[in-house]
Ligand binder design. Structure first.
Ligand code: G3P
Ligand code: MG
Length: 238
């Protein structure tokens, strides 16, 4: 049985007070663990890329309303439970460097031009390879736009339900990774994805019994909130 690639979900290690999701503190913790990849969520608002998951304020950041409708001033003054402001993409790129793969998940609309700008700027100025990044989304239109504008950047197609045409719908996007909900991860799906040359990653799995079952199916990696535990599982220590 091969080890499951360990992808720290939302920066990894979710502790509301000290290392909240999509915080620099969480990412630092995941880097210290030596995870294989770190996944973050992004929105483009007011011409900048912000690293956060929710469409609305209120859960992690105080306030109300849609994130896309906030002013630059409001966004700059929001803080997490550990007093960190919302991380920006350049801050995360700088922190992660080439220490592990960074999986950037596009959550909000109209991200591609600014994402390409910030990513290529960072790579050109730091000598970091674009190979160090995977850009994924449930939004296949933005992935298609990305493929047209920066084809060499690895793409990940996320599927939420159980579509009739399953992996076939991903073909025009030529993904590196197919990201599946656990309910969609059966033998037929995994074999079909592998036949097409895609890696299969499953979100978001925190329990050993499911890691075992997914590993037996031939799944390549899992997004997890408990990366340290997954590493122990991979090392046969659980
Ligand atoms: O990228 C996989 C996973 O993060 C998708 O779900 O809602 O946690 O972004 P969500
Ligand atoms: Mg995500």
């Amino acid at each position: 049985m091969t080890a499951l690639t360990c992808i720290a979900h939302r920066g990894g290690y979710l502790d509301r007070d000290n290392t909240p999701e999509n915080s620099l503190a969480a990412i630092r913790h995941s880097l210290a663990l030596g995870v294989d990849a770190i996944e973050i969520d992004i929105w483009q608002v007011q011409g900048q890329i912000w690293v956060t998951h929710d469409r609305r304020l209120g859960r992690l950041y105080s306030g109300t309303g849609l994130i896309c409708e906030q002013s630059l001033n409001t966004l700059r003054n929001l803080t997490l439970g550990n007093d960190e402001p919302i991380p920006t993409l350049p801050q995360v790129l700088e922190l992660v460097g080439d220490q592990c793969l960074l999986n950037i998940e596009i959550k909000g609309p109209n991200c591609i031009p600014q994402l390409i700008k910030e990513l290529t700027y960072y790579c050109n100025h730091s000598n970091t390879s674009l190979d160090n990044y995977l850009v994924s989304s449930f939004d296949q239109r933005q992935l298609l736009q990305l493929k047209r504008e920066l084809p060499r950047l690895k793409r990940g197609v996320l599927l939420a339900g159980l579509p009739l045409d399953q992996t076939a719908q991903c073909e025009p996007l030529e993904p590196h990774v197919l990201g599946l909900h656990v309910a969609a991860a059966d033998q037929a799906m995994v074999s079909d994805a592998h036949r097409r040359g895609y890696l299969v990653w499953v979100y978001t799995i925190n329990h050993q019994d499911e890691w075992q079952a997914l590993s037996e199916l031939g799944v390549d990696g899992v997004f997890t909130d408990t990366p340290q535990k997954l590493q122990a599982f991979n090392n046969g220590l659980l």
